[in-house]
Design a protein around this ligand. Sequence first.
Ligand code: DGL
Length: 266
Amino acid sequence: MAEPGLIGVFDSGLGGLSVLREIVARRPALSTLYVADSGHCPYGNKPADQIIARADAITEFLLGQGAQLIVVACNTATIAAVEYLRANYSVPFVGMEPAVKPAVAATRSGVIGVLATGAALAGDKLHRLIDRHRGTVRVITQPCPGLVEQVERGDLDGPQTRAQLARYAQPLVAAGADVLVLGCTHYPFLRATLADIVGPGVNLLDTGEAVARRVDSLLPTAPAPASAGVLQPAASRWYTSGDPGQISAVGSRLWGAPLAAQPLGG
Ligand code: DGL
């Protein structure tokens, strides 16, 4: 049954929580549905047609639950599937766009790095975005296999996570990058560890807040006044295609409040 302003948010797993927290910070009274497609995570090593099939199935589910707006809180799924979704469904979709434009505006060294999944870098959409905004700035792209899985395990700062982050980010910094684009919604959860590795001279940019502003502009009613520090939507429902116990445990930690995931479709 349609519920005014009910929004659906999905990701391959828990990364989309980094987007949802920005949405809820602006709109604490919002009713939300979140799908962590953890049974099919990561998307980053899958071909586009498989990602489209997952996005399609999740969209059907969210519409069946009454969602009136859907946030594709996953860069990889946005790149692979948002055009398909917009062509096949009439609800509005808000997708992710890596923060290449603000990164180009922010760099002083004239070099930026873009961290993303393999699938996000395999298509031409992200490269077109880079070409549109790079101007004279040198843009170095870096696929980061394994990082999504570390976040899904809840390992945000262990030795393996640190080693992977260092392997991916340090060459970019050594090449002169003073801005790194976090081009996957899982990566904001690694921000503190990454900042520790690359140091204070490197700016880390994501687009969660920009997406929240876009969602805000599409919602029918004015936002309720924010209650400071409370990150709990008025009515939230959490679903996963993976193990609900695991997703509830790690998700609660990432979200900063108890979260009980139920089986997708259950
Ligand atoms: N959070 C997804 C993104 O923004 C991760 C994709 C994956 O599962 O590899 O790209």
